[in-house]
Design a protein around this ligand. Structure first.
Ligand SMILES: [Zn+2]
Length: 280
């Protein structure tokens, strides 16, 4: 069975008070890296799970909605930190990336899509349907900046349909249904609803004894799933469904308890960034 080489990278970070995320009263400010993951498959080449920030984000900041987004979520980033130049530094040209899996369409996950001119895009159809026709403040209300999306996005898309989900092997429980993206069991997409409509995560079969779960924004820190901590009420206003968020977090907590050796990687977790030796 194919095994994938995994490299986690970050494209910048934003800063928020800890209590917003971990529902305590500590005023300490925490950094939240915007990570993406390079998945090097033996026959399909380099694949990305999300892109973090990209050139489109700098362009979007010149417009009103981009400026508002950046005022609410002040981002520290720069062009040399984007996915495309980081991959080039590793000998991977943007045109070499033929597949990008988008966990959901918040700006900090898809701002680099336009930097990869040959990539096809995979995501859950309902995630795109939720935001595709939104513009201006209505889009911004869902954390979505339409200008980040390439003009030919839909022509280059292979959305995951409901019928693609089949029963997962027992090793992934309590997750029960997944979509085998490459047909070889190496990348299994699983629904992680609650944070955003149609959010997906990815079980990755990597070299070594245990797979990895890329958990996107199902939670923002590793403490959240270890200790089953919901974020603050303010933050929950941004969620699609608090009830589904709680259920998804419960699945992550149960997975961690059943298989503590299986790495769960939230996209914005500083602890995970440190584990992958990223300097913020
Ligand atoms: Zn998000």
């Amino acid at each position: 069975m194919s095994e994938v080489r995994v490299t986690v990278m970050e494209t910048g970070y934003c800063v928020h008070p800890e209590h917003v995320v971990l529902r305590n009263w500590r005023p300490r400010r925490m950094q939240f890296p915007a990570m993406f993951t390079l998945l090097e498959h033996p026959t399909r080449g380099p694949i990305l799970f999300d892109t973090g920030y990209g050139q489109g984000y700098l362009d979007a900041k010149r417009q009103l909605t981009g400026r508002i987004y950046n005022a609410v979520t002040p981002v520290t980033t720069s062009a040399d930190r984007f996915a495309a130049p980081q991959l080039q530094a590793r000998g991977i040209e943007p045109r070499d990336v033929e597949l990008i899996v988008a966990s959901h369409f918040h700006a900090d996950h898809v701002a680099g899509l336009a930097d990869f001119p040959r990539a096809r895009f995979v995501y859950l159809r309902s995630a795109w349907q939720d935001v595709a026709r939104l513009k201006g403040l209505r889009a911004l209300g869902k954390g979505f900046l339409p200008n980040l999306i390439p003009k030919d996005f839909e022509e280059r898309s292979d959305p995951i349909e409901e019928h693609a989900f089949t029963e997962l092997a027992p090793e992934f429980q309590p997750f029960r249904r997944g979509a085998d993206l490459l047909g070889d069991g190496s990348l299994m997409a699983v629904p992680l609803p609650g944070h955003a409509v149609g959010q997906i995560g990815l079980f990755v079969r990597r070299a070594g004894p245990t797979p990895l779960l890329l958990a996107a924004d199902a939670c923002w820190t590793s403490r959240s799933f270890r200790e089953s901590i919901m974020p603050s009420n303010i933050t929950r206003l941004l969620f699609d469904s608090t009830g589904e968020y709680r259920q998804t977090l419960g699945l992550l907590t149960e997975l961690h308890q059943r298989r503590p050796e299986l790495e769960i990687l939230p996209s914005h977790c500083t602890e995970a960034a440190t584990r992958h030796q990223l300097s913020l």
